[in-house]
Design a protein around this ligand. Sequence first.
Ligand SMILES: Cc1ncc(COP(=O)(O)O)c(C=O)c1O
Length: 343
Amino acid sequence: MKTLNQLVRKNILDLSPYSSARDEFSGSAEILLDANENPFGIYNRYPDPYQKQVKLEWAALKNIHPDRIFIGNGSDEAIDLLFRIFCEPGKDKALTFAPTYGMYKVSAQINDVTWIELPLDDSYQINYGQFAPYCGDEHLKLVFICSPNNPTGNAMDRKTLIQILENFQGMVVIDEAYIDFSEEESCLTLLQTYPNLVVLQTLSKAWGQAGLRIGFAFAQEEVIRFFNKVKPPYNVSTANQSIALRSLKDYNSFIKTRKVILAERKRLKETLSQISNVETIFPSEANFLLIRFKNASFIYHTLVQKNIIVRDRSAQIKNTLRITIGTPAENNKLIQTLQQIAL
Ligand SMILES: Cc1ncc(COP(=O)(O)O)c(C=O)c1O
């Protein structure tokens, strides 16, 4: 890979970050008169800008050093910061393999970064041969890979990921939002070997905390330092940090609900595959199923009328709906409704 000095935007390399009151004094003291806070109230103090407690807990769970973790206001914040750190607006490029999570493209466009999409192959895997010519593009700074992929549900072949990490000169971002639902090993184990790797994870999916907005980027320490330089000083609220900490300590609930979701995924797949207007249920390593119907648009609108909202992904993959795994009762209702529509 190129050095970080070659990859990071010059204005970010030169940036003197905002120094908050909590940067300058972070210990405990009897009287805090340094941050223009109100002395009264419960949430009157600014939060820890570096979310140390949450990072310690997450670091222990993931067996990784806390200095290799950035916490964002959802992993969407980490995605946006990656563009701000690495991509010169109007000049640099980023690439992904489509169809995939739509936010990468939106973030690229917000940051005025040229966006390249290469198609996944028929099994929704990366065609390395198609990507190889891009390895030498000096303006291509970021490659986004979603694994397991949204909306197709499959994990990307690990050998291909390694091939990209070994040959691409820029940063490789592997978004593992759904990794806890997968049998695949996380790419966190590759961090030590590949300094150009950034892994994204989130509390929004298997941890059941989408409302909290807590996402993680894992990378070498120098990259995390750039995240910290560019992020808003207090990007994760005190309330959200404490709820996140509580939920990370409650590992049993995570295991229990994940088990239910995985069992329901299997049951839904088996049951829905019996329904006559279901054509294909794609293999899923995530908490959703991508299903090709004979007439997806009709099914979508009929489900809406019955108060069941799924995601129509037909614009990306013809005649498909992406259906999130719900509670057993919600899934029963979905099954019954789809069976009725098929009659
Ligand atoms: C692949 C992928 N990455 C990231 C996100 C967003 O995660 P967060 O809620 O942490 O911003 C989503 C949300 O659906 C997603 O599908």
